[in-house]
Design a protein around this ligand. Structure first.
Ligand code: CDP
Ligand code: MG
Length: 688
């Protein structure tokens, strides 16, 4: 059967043919000896630009580095700076990443190259996990969010001599915010050097941004020529109703028909990845005995660091490696040996509707820039093939680039943090791209309603404290309100449990039905928050063991992480003088306290079993994992933790509440435009 239109190259791709002599340029050498590490480093494309890069960084405040994924920006640049003396006298070289996975995997790699123990000279910092040493670490990889947070404590970021903002093309919220701050900091501390690194060519916007209002040689661009092998692109003849199934089928066809070489599959999230893995495992028994083996691995943010690192290990001889990944593998991490890419053509992104004030994850078609980048993953070490799971005609409908995250996200937490930095006039802040006025207004209203910003637009005392908490504003507010309800003990646990993902699992060797039976043992009829609380309490009561978790269908890794996050949040509670006392499981008090944080996420049950959001009247479906999936809440009302848009809008982690509690938490909210108080606004909504 013919699935593909062969030989059609992707528009917008600039994948040059490399010459024979460069065949091995990008393959990594064995790391057994320092010599081979050094020569492998020297073989990376970035190496011949080393001196020029160091010269530019010396001469210019801001150096914008553009180069193909895999050419050595992330791993090499910080090491060049270190070797050139930028880390003497206690100075630190920072390199930010939008993703946790990238920060940890790259720090591990650089520690190995530099012959250092991870957490010693080379370290990383991600939320709730600090593997660095205040005295000794010279090269620090950290998420952009963590660097932004650091400005709250040290506004001039004075311990850093150079700050590299990596993967800037992704335009994550915190990348944009930190770029805005760095522009300010540079004026106060001209010795600071900034590197902005991007895998795509539209980097001139960064150049214009940094030069505006500064001397014209403030910023400069260096392009690292990225030599790539040709990638042939194939398309489906017709669009597919189920790209996950199609992906599995395509992987299988590649394995049966194509020459050796590993396969990278792009799907949008964990659920899809697991479904694809299941589909693939059904093909395995039909594998002829003489055929090469398949080693199938998942890559997504919910995995442990060890599980994530497993994808970098080469497969044994005669085995083909298949990595089924989210967008993580698009630019943030480099996996060697990929010859085939299977691209679903979709990506999951966070979007925000300022009218309903609801933020959600939505699966949307990728941009042309992403599709090109994904295809390029197949051409790093030799020529390759990219299979796009959509017809070529669909290309015309794809957007050119993905809009910056700041323009499609709830700004409540970022604006609280900006205010905490003393940036009260948001119009004067030098945004790389301005967020929509309506999102800013909504965020200010929310902060005002939550008592975190006063009439004068400045942070209140509590707002000041909440801005320091490493959790979203709504969760922080619950922690603060727990004092009133004397349930700090329980709220801490709930806050930690909602921060982690994938608590309930199907253990190896168990069935879904069995796992479901185990899960029911923790079920609280009030909803998912109290169910999570029960699971946590049982975990600590029964010795925190992995075998206990396995027999109760809980993820030991997730539970251990919850314990660690809870301990860290507890320190914040203590610092703010909040009592950590227990309400002895008083469900009413706990639910009231939940409403203090989630009052914006209220929803009403309707007769067809779906819900309507209070704001915006959006139709919401309950996630099948919820304990309220099949049951109407007695009061008819719930609050929920988050929502996700796939084919329909689903809400996750629900708890039943009384509707008048919602009124209580809107009480200080005044709608500036109408002068009406929120109580009446909500009342109308509720009665509608
Ligand atoms: O940042 P950029 O995409 O330019 O490249 P990089 O992440 O610095 O990677 C440079 C090279 O290091 C890649 O070509 C990989 O061969 C290798 N690498 C690796 O083997 N394992 C890692 N965890 C990271 C990089
Ligand atoms: Mg990189």
């Amino acid at each position: 059967m013919q699935f593909w239109k062969p030989g059609t190259a992707a528009p917008g791709s600039s994948l040059d043919r490399a010459t024979e002599t460069e065949q091995n340029v990008l393959s990594s050498a064995p790391l057994s000896a320092a010599i081979s590490v050094q020569s492998a480093r020297e073989r990376l494309p970035i190496y011949k630009h080393r001196d020029k890069l160091l010269y530019c960084i010396e001469k210019h405040g801001v150096t914008i580095v553009v180069g193909q994924t895999g050419c050595g920006k992330t791993t090499q640049l910080p090491q060049y700076l270190y070797e050139a003396g930028w880390a003497v006298d206690g100075n630190v070289i920072a390199c930010t990443q939008p993703r946790r996975v990238a920060a940890t995997s790259v720090a591990q790699r650089v520690a190995t190259e530099a012959g250092s123990l991870l957490g010693d000279e080379v370290g990383y910092t991600i939320r709730f996990e600090d593997v660095s040493d205040k005295e000794r670490t010279r090269i620090l990889y950290l998420t952009d969010g963590m660097l932004f947070r650091e400005t709250l404590i040290d506004p001039l970021l004075s311990r850093y001599s150079v700050i590299m903002i990596d993967e800037a093309h992704e335009r994550s919220v915190y990348t944009d915010l930190i770029l805005g701050l760095l522009k300010k900091i540079r004026r106060k501390r001209p010795s600071l050097r900034i590197i902005v690194s991007s895998a795509t060519l539209d980097a001139t916007s960064f150049l214009d941004y940094f030069n505006a209002g500064n001397s014209p040689d403030e910023a400069t661009i260096i392009s690292l020529e990225g030599r790539m092998y040709p990638v042939e692109v194939g398309y489906l003849q017709e669009s597919t109703p189920d790209y996950v199934k199609k992906a599995a089928e395509t992987v299988w066809n590649i394995h049966m028909q194509q020459t050796p070489g590993d396969i990278l599959v792009f799907l949008t999230g964990r659920d899809e990845i697991e479904r694809c893995l299941e589909d693939l495992s059904e093909y395995i028994p039909t594998l002829p005995r003489t055929a090469p083996r398949l080693k199938i691995l998942a890559l997504h943010a919910g995995l442990s660091t060890d599980e994530q690192l497993a994808v970098f290990e080469p497969a044994e001889r005669g085995t083909r490696k298949v990595i089924v990944s989210t967008n993580i593998a698009e630019a943030s991490v480099t996996i060697d040996g990929i010859k085939f890419v299977v691209d679903s053509g979709f990506v999951k992104i966070r979007i925000y509707n300022p009218t309903s004030a609801l933020s959600s994850l939505a699966t949307v078609p990728v941009s042309i820039a992403s599709a090109t980048q994904r295809a390029g993953r197949a051409g790093r070490t030799s020529s390759g093939i990219c299979y796009r799971l959509y017809p070529q005609s669909a290309l015309n409908t794809l957007p050119r680039t993905t809009p910056p995250e700041l323009t499609r996200t709830d700004l409540t937490t970022p604006i609280l943090q900006l205010k905490s930095l003393g940036i009260d006039d948001l119009m004067k802040f030098e945004w790389v791209t301005s967020p929509p006025a309506e999102s800013v207004l909504r965020a200010l209203e929310n902060l005002f309603a939550a008592g975190m910003v006063g009439e004068d637009g400045r942070l209140t005392v509590i707002g000041e404290k909440v801005s320091e908490c490493p959790v979203e504003v709504n969760i922080a507010r619950m922690l603060f309100q727990s004092k009133e309800y004397q349930c700090g003990e329980e709220m801490l646990t709930i806050a930690a449990m909602t921060t982690i993902q994938d608590v309930f699992i199907i253990p190896d060797g168990a069935t879904g039905a069995l796992a479901e039976l185990e899960r029911r043992k923790f079920t609280a009829e009030e909803g998912d928050h109290l169910t999570l609380l029960n699971a946590y309490n049982a975990f600590t009561r029964y010795g925190r063991s992995s075998s206990w978790c396995k027999s109760h269908a809980l993820s030991f890794r997730a539970m251990s992480r919850a314990v660690s996050i809870r301990a860290q949040l507890k320190k914040y509670m203590q610092r703010f003088g909040l009592p950590v006392e227990s309400c002895q499981g008083d469900a009413r008090r706990l639910r009231q306290c939940l409403v203090s944080g989630y009052w914006r996420n209220g929803a009403r049950w309707v007769a067809d079993g779906t819900y309507r959001s209070i704001r915006g009247n959006v139709t919401l479906h309950v996630h099948p994992n919820s304990v309220l999936f099949t049951r109407k809440p007695r009061s008819g009302w719930v609050v929920f933790h988050e929502m996700e848009e796939t084919k329909k809008t689903q809400i996750r982690i629900l708890t039943e509440i009384e509707p008048d509690w919602l009124l209580e938490y809107g009480h200080s909210f005044k709608d500036k435009r109408t002068g009406a108080s929120a109580s009446s606004t909500h009342m109308q909504d509720i009665q509608a």
